[in-house]
Design a protein around this ligand. Structure first.
Ligand SMILES: [Zn+2]
Length: 232
């Protein structure tokens, strides 16, 4: 059995105040909560920073210092891939193995656009990674939502071509769930037995929810995935 924590959309900026809240302080509260928790990894699903500056990534690294488990990150539309890699190169990943599970990351970010798109190359690479995985069960993680959120969220800002993704995912029965952030809300959907899970923001939600939160997952050896959204 393995455990991991997903946080998302931290939006750390050079200034503490961003998006109407103190994103530094909010993330620090989340870190206080998760640092003592039992976890094999911390996954950050994009929008680590608000403007992608080098100093904001360095600040984020400082804020994450109390976390003892390995940290894995993927970029969101607010991130600067160059500056992200300069500070978090060791945390970027394609496949993360956790016992009998693999977590596979997919790059959905388009340059200078808020919405996401999966290019033919990205889809081909994903298909190959899924086919080559030795794991019994697989989770897929990307930044952008892949289903309508059925909320106040503007779905035109989500993944533009979810059907192309589903064409690949449907070929691989090991996939138990798809995780993402970007919409700044907690939500769960189901599609043909596949769990689709949105992780809340550590900064601010885009819904009426006033709390900040994160998801804690348990990966059982029998393929059963459990998770809980924890709010502060
Ligand atoms: Zn985003």
């Amino acid at each position: 059995m393995k455990h991991f924590i997903q946080i998302s959309d931290c939006h750390i900026d050079d200034a503490e105040q961003s998006m109407g809240v103190n994103t530094h302080q909010n993330l620090a509260h989340i870190i206080d909560k998760i640092a003592p928790m039992q976890s094999d990894a911390l996954l950050i699903s994009g929008d680590l920073t608000h403007h992608g500056t080098l100093t904001s990534y360095k600040k984020l690294k400082e804020l994450l210092a109390p976390v003892q488990s390995n940290i894995f990150v993927l970029a969101g539309n607010h991130d600067n891939p160059h500056n992200l890699a300069a500070v978090f190169s060791a945390c970027l990943f394609n496949t993360l193995s956790m016992g009998v599970w693999d977590i596979i990351s997919v790059d959905s970010v388009q340059a200078k656009k808020t919405s996401g798109y999966l290019t033919k190359d990205v889809l081909l690479e994903l298909d190959q990674q899924l086919a080559n995985s030795q794991a019994k069960y697989i989770l897929v993680v990307l930044h952008h939502p892949i289903v309508p959120m059925c909320s106040t969220w503007d779905d035109t800002l989500s993944l533009e071509n979810p059907q192309d993704l589903f064409t690949v995912l449907d070929k691989h029965l090991k996939i138990q769930a798809v995780l993402f952030g970007h919409a700044h809300e907690a939500a769960e959907f189901e599609r043909n037995g596949l769990k689709i899970i949105a992780c809340p923001s550590t900064a601010v939600q885009f819904t009426d929810e006033k709390r900040i939160g994160f998801n804690h997952y348990t990966l059982n050896n029998n393929g059963h995935l459990e998770y809980k959204t924890q709010w502060i």
